[in-house]
Design a protein around this ligand. Structure first.
Ligand SMILES: Nc1ncnc2c1ncn2[C@@H]1O[C@H](COP(=O)(O)OP(=O)(O)O)[C@@H](O)[C@H]1O
Ligand code: SF4
Ligand SMILES: [Mg+2]
Length: 354
C-alpha cells in the first residue's frame, strides 16, 4: 500500500494505514466508523478527502449527515459501502454490527451490499436499468441474496412494491422505470434497498429531486420502514428542516471532517460549532417565505488546498490567530449523552455559557 512513483500526496502524505486487527463483538451500534481517513486518486495525485471520520448509528436510529455541497457526505457513504475504486483507506476502522469492513475482500463486500447494508441515491434513474421492468429488478436483488426462484422472487418484488406504497403493485411490477413518476421511482429504489432487510440503510439526498409533498411522503415511508425493521438509517441531506423532522442525531461535515455531532434537539437548541451556527442561519425554515436567505461567505476549500489550521477559519466570524495554525480535534460536549462532540477551539455553547 506504499506510495507509487509519480503519485503526489497532500495532507495525507505521512499517514500510514493502521487498521485494527481484532474484531470487537459488539451488537450495537450497527454502524461504527472511528477515525477513518481516506484519500482518493485524482488526475493530479492522491488527496485526503475524509479525515478522522467518527460516525455511529444504532439500530432504529436515524442519524443525519449534513454539510454544504462538496463537504464529503457522498464520499463517506460510498466509502462505507467500499464503492470507491480510487480510494486508499489511510487509518481508522469501519464496523457493521461489530464486523470490520476494512480488509474484507471484494467478494465478501458484494455479499454485504444490498444484503446487510444498502444505499439509495438522489436520482433513481441512474441506478435503475431503463430496459428492465421494475419488478424484475427488485426480483434480481431478492434472488441474489435470498436464493429464491424467479417466481417466488417476483412475488416478493410485488409485495415490496405494495409495502413502499405503489398503488396497483401487481400491475406496476411490469412497468419500466420511465413509466413511473419520480416519487414512484424513488419508492422502487427503496423497495430494492429493503429487499433483504438491511441492518444499515444509507440514503444520499433521497428526496432532493422531488417536490415538497412527495419529499415528505418518501421520508415518512423511510421513517416507518426503519421503525418496522429496526434498521439503522444514515440520512444524508443538506436540508436542516429534514434533519429536525426525521433525525435523532446529526453529524455536521465540513471539508471532509465531522465538525459537530449532537443529538438533534441539542444541536437546534444551541449549535456548538460556528459552521453549524452559520448553516442554521441559512436554513430556509429559519426565515419567512420569500425573504432573502443569508449565505455563508466564501466556499469550502478545494482538495489539495486544505492547510494545517481549522479549515473553516477563513469563513469563521469567531476565528482567532491560533485557529489558522492548528486544526482542533473533536472534543466531547460536556453534559450530553451519546456521541456529542465539537471540533472547535472556541465553541459557541461555551461562549453562551460564560
Ligand atoms: N470519485 C471521486 N474521486 C475523486 N474525488 C472525488 C470523488 N467523488 C467526490 N470527490 C471529491 O470529494 C469531495 C467531496 O465530494 P462529495 O462527497 O461528493 O461531497 P457532498 O456529497 O458533500 O456534496 C469533493 O471535493 C469532490 O470533488
Ligand atoms: S476553531 Fe476557530 S476558526 Fe475554527 S470554527 Fe472554531 S472559532 Fe472558528
Ligand atoms: Mg453528495
Amino acid at each position: 500500500m506504499g506510495q507509487k512513483d509519480g503519485e503526489k500526496w497532500t495532507a495525507a502524505a505521512d499517514l500510514q494505514p493502521t487498521f485494527p486487527k481484532s474484531d470487537r463483538l459488539l451488537a450495537s451500534p450497527v454502524l461504527d466508523v472511528a477515525g477513518m481517513s481516506l484519500a482518493l486518486g485524482t488526475p493530479d495525485g492522491f488527496h485526503e478527502v475524509l479525515h478522522a471520520i467518527d460516525l455511529r448509528v444504532e439500530a432504529g436510529q436515524t442519524v443525519g449527515l449534513v454539510g454544504e455541497s462538496g463537504c464529503g457526505k457522498s464520499v463517506t457513504a460510498l466509502a462505507i459501502m467500499r464503492l470507491l475504486p480510487n480510494a486508499r483507506y489511510l487509518q481508522g476502522s469501519m464496523r457493521l454490527d461489530g464486523q470490520q469492513l476494512l480488509g474484507l475482500s471484494e467478494k465478501q463486500m458484494r455479499r454485504l451490499r444490498g444484503n446487510r447494508m444498502a444505499m439509495i441515491f438522489q436520482e433513481p434513474m441512474t441506478s435503475l436499468n431503463p430496459l428492465m421492468s421494475v419488478g424484475s429488478q427488485i426480483a434480481e436483488a431478492v434472488k441474489l441474496h435470498r436464493g429464491l426462484d424467479s417466481r417466488a422472487a417476483l412475488a416478493q418484488a410485488t409485495k415490496l412494491l405494495d409495502t413502499v406504497g405503489i398503488p396497483g403493485a401487481a400491475r406496476r411490477t411490469h412497468a419500466r422505470p420511465h413509466e413511473l413518476s419520480g416519487g414512484q421511482r424513488q419508492r422502487v429504489m427503496i423497495a430494492m434497498a429493503l429487499a433483504c432487510k438491511p441492518r444499515l440503510l444509507m440514503a444520499d439526498e433521497p428526496t432532493t429531486a422531488l417536490d415538497v409533498t412527495v419529499q415528505a411522503q418518501i421520508l415518512d415511508l423511510l421513517d416507518a420502514l426503519k421503525r418496522e425493521m429496526g434498521m439503522a438509517l444514515l440520512l444524508i441531506t443538506h436540508d436542516l428542516a429534514i434533519v429536525s423532522n426525521y433525525c435523532d442525531a446529526v453529524s455536521v461535515m465540513y471539508a471532509g471532517r465531522i465538525v459537530e455531532s449532537r443529538p438533534v434537539d441539542a444541536l437546534f437548541d444551541g449549535p456548538a460549532h460556528p459552521y453549524t451556527e452559520a448553516l442554521l442561519k441559512t436554513s430556509p425554515s429559519e426565515h419567512a417565505p420569500g425573504s432573502m436567505l443569508p449565505t455563508i461567505q466564501g466556499s469550502v476549500p478545494a482538495l489539495g488546498k486544505r492547510g494545517a489550521g481549522c479549515l473553516f477559519a477563513p469563513r469563521c466570524a469567531y476565528a482567532r490567530a491560533n485557529c489558522h495554525q492548528l486544526a482542533p480535534e473533536p472534543t466531547a460536549v460536556a453534559g450530553e449523552a451519546g456521541l456529542a462532540t465539537v471540533a472547535c477551539w472556541y465553541p459557541r455553547h461555551q461562549a453562551r455559557n460564560t
